[in-house]
Design a protein around this ligand. Structure first.
Ligand code: HEC
Ligand code: HEC
Ligand code: HEC
Length: 130
């Protein structure tokens, strides 16, 4: 369920993740879809619903999140509009007192994981949930 990231600053993220590795169980083993979901009686927080609200193109080909987002969004180094930059900015925009940081603690490990064997940083993923 985990995909390899092309890690630009592997040393940095590896050090960060190693020092913040939690002892408790992972609340979000599948990353994005473990937060962005629909629970009975609550607002629909699936990415399909949130993105539709901001006029995003429909997502028929998305099977895995965020892996399939890469079908249209590149994460090449040095690109201003690259996916990683965009997703980081959405969740860590401190001046807006972003909910991800105030309510969810803003942990890198909500989306990333360490492969203990290879020592590589990964982005967690899960099947579409809409
Ligand atoms: C631990 C919970 C959590 C995880 C994991 C998470 N998000 Fe979010 N996400 C949030 C919260 C909270 C917001 C709302 C931020 C705000 O408005 O303050 C948000 C906002 C967003 C938005 C903006 C939606 C809008 O209405 O404009 C997108 C897009 C998004 N997330 C995509 C992702 C993707 C892609 C992943 C996985 C790589 C991911 N999120 C993982 C909690 C999470
Ligand atoms: C079929 C192609 C396609 C797929 C698949 C796709 N996107 Fe997009 N996305 C777009 C296009 C086109 C835009 C508009 C780009 C622009 O405004 O410059 C966009 C814009 C966005 C924006 C910026 C919205 C804004 O107005 O600021 C976010 C956030 C986003 N996509 C998240 C995602 C996520 C998360 C996924 C995977 C669940 C995803 N996208 C999958 C085509 C796609
Ligand atoms: C809301 C989810 C989310 C959070 C939280 C998050 N990341 Fe990411 N990160 C991503 C996604 C999505 C990618 C792009 C993966 C891809 O394109 O394959 C990425 C890519 C990266 C990369 C690869 C290089 C790049 O920028 O393209 C690094 C390094 C990274 N993240 C570091 C961090 C660090 C350090 C933190 C904590 C401060 C963090 N991330 C928090 C979702 C997240």
């Amino acid at each position: 369920m985990k995909d390899r990231v092309r890690v630009f600053s592997l040393a940095v993220i590896t050090a960060l993740l190693a020092t913040t590795a939690p002892v408790q169980a992972d609340e979000y083993p599948q990353g994005c879809v473990d937060c962005h979901k629909q629970e009975p009686g609550k607002t629909n927080l699936t990415l399909n619903a949130l993105l539709a609200q901001i006029g995003h193109p429909k997502l028929p080909k998305v099977k895995k999140v965020p892996t399939s987002c890469g079908g249209c969004h590149a994460s090449d180094e040095g690109e201003e509009n690259q996916f990683a930059h965009m997703i980081h900015q959405i969740h860590f925009d401190v001046p807006k007192a972003n909910l991800f940081t105030t309510r969810f603690g803003g942990d890198c490990l909500h989306c990333h994981a360490m492969d203990a064997d290879s020592g590589e940083a990964l982005v967690k993923s899960g099947p579409r949930n809409w």
